[in-house]
Design a binder for this molecule. Structure first.
Ligand SMILES: [Mn+2]
Length: 352
């Protein structure tokens, strides 16, 4: 065992290219921190806050440990910053449950930043997609906005502001709140001093969109945001879409990648139990392909899995949706459909 390690180290010194070949064949532990965001005030349907518990009961942590060889640390559930409550401050219009949503995102942002600074990949279990605000914000604070690349996999663009949103649901606004370039589009956002809109739009790529509001489409075009909608997935294939996305938002291959995966990106046949399903979505295998391609970069910094609502649909719908969520998460943390790579233990008998 020791000999094997020494042998590999020796090769690393003299043959850097060869060691990369060997490293690729050896399974290494990944360190993950899990955060629950059992919240649902970013939209109007109740039940999505139950997802973290249901995903855990379905064996998420066991799957990560056994199928992905991941070392898991549990950071528990986010709370709500009690300092943010009704005050004389004028709240922004057309942002439902504003204090509540800002309050839990502040908390989430701090925890995500801590998990990443602890040297772990942060997995946040939503909750509705409003938690993308705190999660990505925390990632940017830990790594710097310039050094963070965001892949937003979703049926929707979630880039409305309170001036353009029809619903006032904040789960349709997180990308607009995160983007540095869109700061001028906002005004009067109290209790947001913890958030700095650090992420440049050029570091964001959308995959799977198919329900885009007119203003969102205008903004995507005007700002040149990298966007591969469901039409592009069909046209170019998922391999080109994810690799081109990564190449465009992270051309040097050096950024910390944030995968924000809305389960409604998947077709309702694979993920029916979600609040705003849209027909004609990504196949489960395409969702898995996105996640495993990001895993293979070795630069996944954080992941959100959001919008699973276990109170919608019948039992079969819920099972399907949970299964799809578990498979996408497992793929992001290294589970391959051809099985696990051998670990050092497995290689004891191998002669190079
Ligand atoms: Mn979303």
């Amino acid at each position: 065992m020791v000999l094997l390690k020494e042998c590999l180290l020796c090769l690393k010194k003299s043959y850097p290219k060869r060691i990369r070949f060997f490293s690729d064949k050896i399974r290494e532990s990944t360190y993950v921190g899990i955060v629950d965001a059992p919240v649902e005030e970013g939209q109007k349907k109740r039940g999505v806050s139950k997802a973290p518990q249901v995903l855990r009961e379905a064996g998420l942590i066991q799957k990560l440990k056994e199928d992905c060889n991941v070392s898991v640390k549990d950071y528990g559930a986010i709370g709500f910053d009690g300092n943010i409550k009704s005050s004389s401050k004028k709240l922004p219009e057309n942002m439902l449950n504003y204090e509540r949503v800002v309050g839990y995102n502040k908390n989430l942002s701090e925890i995500v930043q801590k998990v990443i600074n602890d040297g772990r990949i942060c997995l946040t279990l939503g909750g509705d997609h409003s938690i993308g605000l705190g999660s990505v914000s925390g990632h940017c604070k830990a790594k710097g906005g310039e050094n963070t690349a965001l892949i937003w996999v979703d049926a929707h663009a979630d880039i409305n502001t309170n001036k353009t949103s029809d619903s006032g649901n904040i789960h349709g606004m997180p990308v607009a709140l995160l983007a540095q370039d869109l700061i001028p589009y906002w005004s009067n956002l109290p209790f947001m001093d913890w958030h700095h809109s650090l992420l440049p739009l050029k570091n964001i790529a959308y995959i799977g969109l198919r329900s885009i509001d007119p203003y969102e489409e205008f903004l995507i075009q005007k700002m040149g945001i990298v966007c591969y909608d469901i039409y592009d997935v069909q046209k170019y294939g998922i391999d080109s879409v994810i690799n081109e996305s990564l190449r465009k938002i992270d051309p040097d291959g050096t950024k910390s990648i944030h995968l924000s995966f809305d389960i409604d990106a998947l077709d309702p046949s694979d993920a029916p139990s979600t609040g705003t399903p849209v027909d004609g979505g990504l196949l489960l295998r395409e969702g898995i392909y996105i996640a495993s391609t990001i895993h293979k970069t070795g630069r996944l910094g954080a992941m959100d899995l959001v919008e699973v609502n276990p109170t919608l649909g019948d039992e079969e719908d819920v099972q399907k949706t949970i299964n799809s969520a578990l498979q996408v998460i497992a793929a992001a943390f290294g589970y391959g459909r051809r099985g696990l790579k051998p670990g050092l233990e497995d290689l004891k008998q191998v002669r190079f």
